[in-house]
Design a protein around this ligand. Structure first.
Ligand SMILES: NC(=O)c1ccc[n+]([C@@H]2O[C@H](COP(=O)([O-])OP(=O)(O)OC[C@H]3O[C@@H](n4cnc5c(N)ncnc54)[C@H](OP(=O)(O)O)[C@@H]3O)[C@@H](O)[C@H]2O)c1
Length: 255
């Protein structure tokens, strides 16, 4: 075995929000390192296109349309993954939304529920189902949650999102503490500004982009592919003694 083992041969990974952006890049990175991958998102057509792209790695790839806000669909996601690919070893809770841009007091109840159900509740319940799947094969597993620098630094324009992403950092610690003895490690990434559809309102705004660029040590924002390496690290044996941690991938913006 190599001293630093990033190999994921024989592993099966589920990635939510995998039809584009950071999730698609993560799914591709996991497959490039040997994992068979299940891609989940709501819209079937982009999901199929993403699956075709990931399948170019030569790994087995499954596209399972899923709305992470529906608990029964989360359970089916795990059941179908096991039925089709035999097991589940890795989960990446990446799907998230931000339905509100503006002062925190303007978030109405519906938007708040959508935010928390998509960004926090889904990660809680899907992780529980994956834990059960990992216990069924008994060979351990790795969960990677996706937070944001917004989970550390308060935002006055996406404040509700900040609250949800701070919850993900603590969910990671709680799951890690509870499931270490089950052989399940749980870690987290906290990206800074990444050029995807999700954050278009930020990087398309000249003033915000300028500020984000100027305040980052690396003087730029990120491309989606710059997030995958950390997830491969957390998913693999290379991080075998690491659990409960959140790695900030922000080009030095929080420094
Ligand atoms: N981009 C950034 O600057 C940035 C910074 C920090 C953290 N992040 C985090 O990184 C993660 C990925 O963001 P991204 O920028 O890659 O976003 P994105 O390009 O908008 O992609 C979001 C993905 O999530 C899926 N999705 C959204 N709602 C869903 C739902 N209810 N059920 C299932 N899938 C759903 C989307 O597909 P469907 O619409 O078809 O469901 C899509 O595949 C998120 O957790 C985000 O908070 C992003």
């Amino acid at each position: 075995m190599p001293a630093a083992d990033f190999n994921l041969d024989g592993k099966v990974a589920i990635v939510t929000g995998a039809s584009r952006g950071i999730g698609l890049s993560i799914a591709t990175g996991l497959a490039e390192h040997g994992a068979d991958v299940v891609l989940a998102a709501r819209k079937p057509e982009p999901l199929e296109a993403a699956a075709e792209s990931v399948a170019k790695t030569g790994r087995r790839v499954l596209a399972l349309p899923t709305n992470v806000r529906r608990i029964e669909e989360l359970e089916q996601l795990v059941t179908k993954s096991e039925a089709e690919l035999g097991r589940v070893d890795i989960l990446v809770n990446n799907a998230a939304t931000n339905p509100s841009f503006g002062p925190v007091q303007d978030i109405d109840e519906r938007a708040f529920d959508i935010l928390m159900n998509t960004n926090v509740k889904s990660a809680h319940f899907l992780s529980n189902y994956v834990r059960e799947a990992v216990l069924r094969h008994g060979q351990g597993g790795s969960i990677v949650n996706v937070s944001s620098v917004g989970g550390y630094a308060a935002s006055d324009v996406i404040g509700g999102y900040s609250v949800s992403k701070a919850a993900i950092i603590m969910l990671t610690q709680v799951q890690a503490k509870s499931w270490g003895h089950d052989g399940i490690r749980v870690n987290c990434i906290a990206p800074g500004l990444v050029k995807t559809e999700f954050s278009r309102a930020l990087w398309d705004n000249e003033k915000i982009l300028k500020e984000a660029t100027a305040s980052a040590a690396l003087r730029r924002i990120a491309q989606p592919d710059e997030m995958a390496g950390a997830v491969v690290y957390f998913a693999s044996e290379a991080s075998s003694f690491v659990t409960g941690q959140t790695l900030v991938l922000d080009g030095g913006r929080l420094l």
